[in-house]
Design a protein around this ligand. Structure first.
Ligand code: SF4
Ligand code: SF4
Length: 215
């Protein structure tokens, strides 16, 4: 039987969460029972089997789409996730379906689904719904992420694939070594996120960080 999801987990950017196969899988042969995943996931995805001394995925659709923190911290490499390309594929497909319905409604007649699909794909390929950033500088001191989060609170965008490459924590704080921060701004609701990325560009500039690539 399908898992009954609490309202806060039921949708991801308007998409039925159960349509997105993004959740962890545990290799029971590799799991050493350290419980790190169980205690660190704030969304109650894991349970722990005391008899077998292994973590188990109890509520897979409560996993945050795009998050893979537990796989990163698992000391045994026992947790795996699907390829991230899956998320982009679903976003695109969902938009295509909405577009097909719009086109069909406009034409108010029997339409060739393949033709409508092609039209929808053409439209989508012209839209800018995802932008990758790379910035260098003192990301912790600049509070860049907090400033961006505050600024995009009312925008229908989110940041995914956030990665900070730092030489060391002490190096950053005490020897002022810069870090490389990467993230992607995405939206599954807006057709063009240029206005939101312009806001983010201004914040980066104000933070003192250096924008080295944006694509
Ligand atoms: S973090 Fe890894 S090794 Fe530890 S309980 Fe979870 S799956 Fe098992
Ligand atoms: S990826 Fe994140 S949300 Fe999903 S189970 Fe792991 S820690 Fe929890």
């Amino acid at each position: 039987m399908a898992e009954k999801l609490a309202e806060k987990f039921a949708k991801w950017h308007g998409i039925d969460r159960t349509k997105i196969a993004w959740y962890p899988e545990i290799d029971p042969e590799k799991c050493i029972g350290c419980k790190l995943c169980f205690v660190s996931c704030g969304r109650g995805v894991y349970d722990f089997d005391l008899k077998e001394n292994i973590a188990v995925v109890a509520h897979k659709y409560q996993c945050l789409v795009g998050c893979s923190t537990c796989a990163t911290i698992c000391p045994a490499g026992a947790i795996s996730f699907p390829d991230r390309a899956l998320i982009q594929k679903i976003e695109k497909e969902e938009k295509v379906l909405v577009r097909i319905q719009e086109i069909a409604k406009k034409k108010k007649a029997k339409i060739d689904i393949e033709k409508a699909r092609k039209e929808a794909m053409d439209m989508l390929s012209k839209m800018k719904t995802s932008v990758k950033y790379e910035v260098v500088g003192h990301v912790f001191e600049s509070a860049l992420m907090k400033s961006i989060r505050d600024a995009i609170k009312d925008c229908k965008v989110d940041l995914v694939d956030i990665a900070v490459e730092s030489p060391s924590l002490k190096g950053c704080w005490e020897q002022k070594a810069p870090s490389l921060t990467k993230f992607t701004v995405v939206s599954t609701e807006m057709e063009d996120i240029t206005k939101c990325t312009e806001i983010i560009d201004k914040i980066i500039k104000k933070s003192g960080m250096v924008l080295i690539s944006k694509e």
